[in-house]
Design a binder for this molecule. Structure first.
Ligand code: ADP
Ligand code: GN1
Ligand code: MG
Length: 344
């Protein structure tokens, strides 16, 4: 997916539908791969985040219902969260989180510990949300078996003729098919419980303030899931030594000291985990990283229709960093297991 173009009239109409007419500037913002995000400045000096949700990906009504419920529930508890100012599908308006920033890469262990604590607290805060169950926004979102099925399908169709270029990458996945069902099977058996989870625990989905306070954002995939996937996705992005689209693979690896900080920060807050969950934390890091790599590869084979890309091979570059991260975690598996034991 390349950047959609919006006219100032489109943006003004969206804002007007949510009661804002005094904007002085509306400009693209952030580095998310899915939604179209804008920062809005107004004459009153109040700022907003305007987003057009990706209608190819999200069931709009269900998404709105989930977001409104989750943000209200958190606000009623006194937990600082996103504040919905207006929501007129497919557009929505949030209060701008003043004084907070997001980063795309962890630069020190303290930051990793903080991020892990933030997502553990988020899971904790939502644990007693009353029924009904939140909607399954994207069914089988982190189901690796299903993600491999979709990769196989995309490779078989080969709609843009890229399959011949990715034989090595497909072999990388083939060699790991056996472990793909481990968490899915444990969930099916009931060994790993369903919880309300964030499902997109990328570092840039936590807004950080200088005083160490933080706000978890990007609540689009907050839905029933497994805590393991949330922890795993933190390992994927917050233990990474380089960006998700770094081209020089010698710079890409999982940093042990960041992994340790993630475990420390997560386990200090995630007291709710059962034994099976604890035992699979390190594995979940490898699995979710493989899964996201598979999704980038699938999108590459499908002609780049899902993730926002800035150039032709962007999804393939992202796939390579993910697979390199998997290799790095595999090489350190014993040390990572020992770290989890140390803090359990
Ligand atoms: P996407 O689903 O495309 O990733 P996000 O909801 O994560 O979209 O928003 C993209 C970026 O916009 C975030 O990484 C963050 O930097 C910024 N952002 C989002 N919401 C807010 C907010 N309420 N206040 C300030 N910045 C925000
Ligand atoms: C997308 O929306 P964003 O950029 O925070 C994606 C995640 C992927 C991530 C990879 C709804 O997250 O699942 O892990 O890109 N979100 C969706 O960077 O598919
Ligand atoms: Mg995001």
């Amino acid at each position: 997916m390349s950047n959609r173009v919006y006219s100032q009239e489109d943006l003004a109409a969206a804002l007007a539908s949510m009661g804002v007419t005094d904007q002085t500037d509306v400009s693209r913002y952030g580095s998310g791969h899915i939604n179209d995000t804008f920062k809005v400045e107004t004459k009153r000096g109040v700022r907003y985040i305007l987003q057009r949700v990706n209608t190819d990906i999200f069931p709009q009504e269900m998404l709105k219902e989930n977001i409104v419920r989750v943000t209200r529930f958190l606000a009623d508890k006194g937990v600082k969260s996103l504040v919905v100012v207006g929501y007129e599908n497919p557009w929505r308006l949030y209060e701008f989180l003043e004084g907070y920033t997001s980063v795309d890469l962890v630069t020190n262990p303290k930051e990793a510990e903080l991020v892990a604590g933030a997502f553990a607290k988020f899971q904790n805060d939502l644990a007693d949300m009353p029924p009904p169950r939140l909607g399954d926004i994207i069914p089988k979102f982190h189901n690796t078996v299903d993600r491999i099925r979709l990769l196989d399908e995309a490779a078989a169709k080969d709609v843009v003729g890229r399959k011949a270029k990715v034989a090595k990458e497909l072999a990388f996945v083939d060699a790991r098919r056996a472990e793909a069902s481990k968490i899915v099977d444990m969930m099916q058996r009931g060994d790993i419980p369903e919880r309300i989870t964030h499902n997109d625990t990328k570092i840039n989905n936590v807004m950080l303030a200088a005083d160490g306070t933080n706000v978890v954002i990007d609540l689009d995939t907050t839905m029933p899931g497994s805590a393991l996937y949330d922890f795993g996705d933190m390992v994927r992005t917050s233990s990474a030594a380089a960006a998700e689209d770094e081209k020089d693979l010698s710079k890409v690896y999982s940093k042990k000291e960041y992994f340790e900080a993630l475990v420390k920060g997560y386990l200090a807050q995630a007291k709710f985990l059962n034994e099976a969950e604890r035992a699979n934390l390190a594995f979940a890091g490898r699995l979710i990283t493989l899964t996201i790599g598979i999704r980038f590869l699938t999108d590459y084979l499908s002609g780049d229709t899902y993730f926002r890309t800035a150039y032709d091979e962007h999804n393939l570059v992202r796939c390579h960093t993910q697979f390199k991260m998997v290799e790095s975690m595999e090489a350190q598996a014993a040390e990572y297991e020992a770290i989890v034991k140390k803090y359990s």
